[in-house]
Design a protein around this ligand. Structure first.
Ligand code: PAP
Length: 333
């Protein structure tokens, strides 16, 4: 009897089932999901499933804007800013019905991952990813769509990540100590890591393709928000007109997307959304307020020992100095 021919999705599944066990593996941080080293970056199992599907099928539009970041680097903030900037002809910043007042930014800016299994909504040109630059589908890297990358002091990134996964971790899943998580992060074996290679990939791309990749530091956005919001709007092709500037629109959008404003909205204080992990079938309830903790520069001082600070600053200096990127090294003050 002839063997039934495999469909292409069955074949892809079989390929994955043989590929994943062969990849180096580490403990993941959320919902007992392991992470695997794929082409230099550590991704959770469910993410690898989707990444491979995207690499095969995703079709970018020339006007797409992809927000990219290492987790906990300012994604939610940039989502709110980009959403407000590109939709300001439809939603006025002081409209009581502005979507940001009733929806979490993560609901308004879909993840690139969702397009691995769902067709893309034609009206949606804004989406986000935590994939490294070198992992992005080649179709995105070679298309004319634009990429906005935000990065942040790795000391604050680690602390923010640590609080986030502790908040989301179901009570029945195993925990990981602060020191263990720190060791993994500094070895580069954290989800979506190594952090330093993630930043370096996008930084180099922003130097090589300045019209394609916009690179901004969370800390600079915090201290000179209006200046960077104007640059951002120009980069994504929706510059503010002189009239808008005179009317204070930039400041109003900045205020709408500020930590104080967003974190105090009912939807962000008490709402939640559910995500299912295809690899394990488990669901994670994402509590909206987990994305709004302190929103400060330098909270690491309250959570890292002097030795931990030195470790991260040293790696950052070694990795970033060689590519000419300003570092965050600073003494505990
Ligand atoms: P994600 O990658 O999972 O989407 P992301 O939004 O990048 O998370 O990171 C959350 C961090 O951004 C939190 O930092 P913290 O833990 O140090 O407080 C969060 O508070 C901060 N954040 C969220 N919204 C804003 C905002 N509007 N302005 C400044 N920081 C913000």
């Amino acid at each position: 009897m002839a063997t039934p021919k495999q469909s292409s999705s069955d074949e892809a599944k079989t390929n994955l089932e043989t590929l994943i066990p062969e990849l180096p593996r580490e403990r993941g941080w959320i919902v007992d999901e392991d992470i695997h080293l794929l082409n230099g970056f550590w991704y959770p199992t469910s993410v690898i499933h989707r990444l491979l599907a995207l690499q095969q099928h995703f079709k970018p539009h020339p006007n797409d804007v992809l927000l990219a970041s290492y987790p906990k680097s300012g994604t939610t903030w940039l989502m709110a800013l980009l959403f407000s900037i590109v939709n300001r002809a439809t939603y006025n910043h002081d409209d009581m019905l502005h979507p940001l007042l009733n929806s979490h930014p993560h609901e308004l800016v879909p993840s690139l991952r969702t397009y691995a299994t769902n067709p893309r909504a034609p009206e949606s040109l804004l989406f986000h990813t935590h994939f490294a630059y070198s992992s992005l589908p080649e179709q995105i890297r070679s298309s004319s769509c634009r990429i906005v990358y935000v990065f942040r002091d790795p000391k604050d990134v680690f602390v923010s990540f640590w609080h986030f996964f502790n908040k989301l971790r179901p009570k029945d899943s195993s925990s990981i100590s602060h020191q263990e998580a720190f060791n993994q992060f500094s070895r580069g074996a954290s989800p979506y890591g190594p952090y330093w290679d993630h930043v370096t990939g996008y930084y180099k791309a922003s130097i090589q393709f300045p019209n394609k990749v916009f690179f901004v530091r969370y800390e600079d956005l915090k201290t000179e928000t209006v200046f960077h919001v104007k640059r951002l709007a120009e980069f994504v092709g929706w510059p503010f007109s002189e009239e808008e500037e005179n009317e204070g629109v930039v400041q109003k959008i900045t205020d709408l997307c500020s930590f104080d404003k967003l974190s105090n909205l009912e939807i962000n204080k008490n709402g939640s959304f559910i995500r299912k992990l295809p690899s394990t079938g488990r669901t994670v309830s994402l509590i909206n307020n987990a994305f709004f903790r302190k929103g400060e520069i330098g909270d690491w001082k309250n959570h890292l020992s002097e030795e931990m600070r030195k470790t991260l600053d040293q790696i950052t200096e070694d990795k970033f100095n060689e590519i000419g990127l300003t570092t965050f090294a600073c003494a505990r003050g």
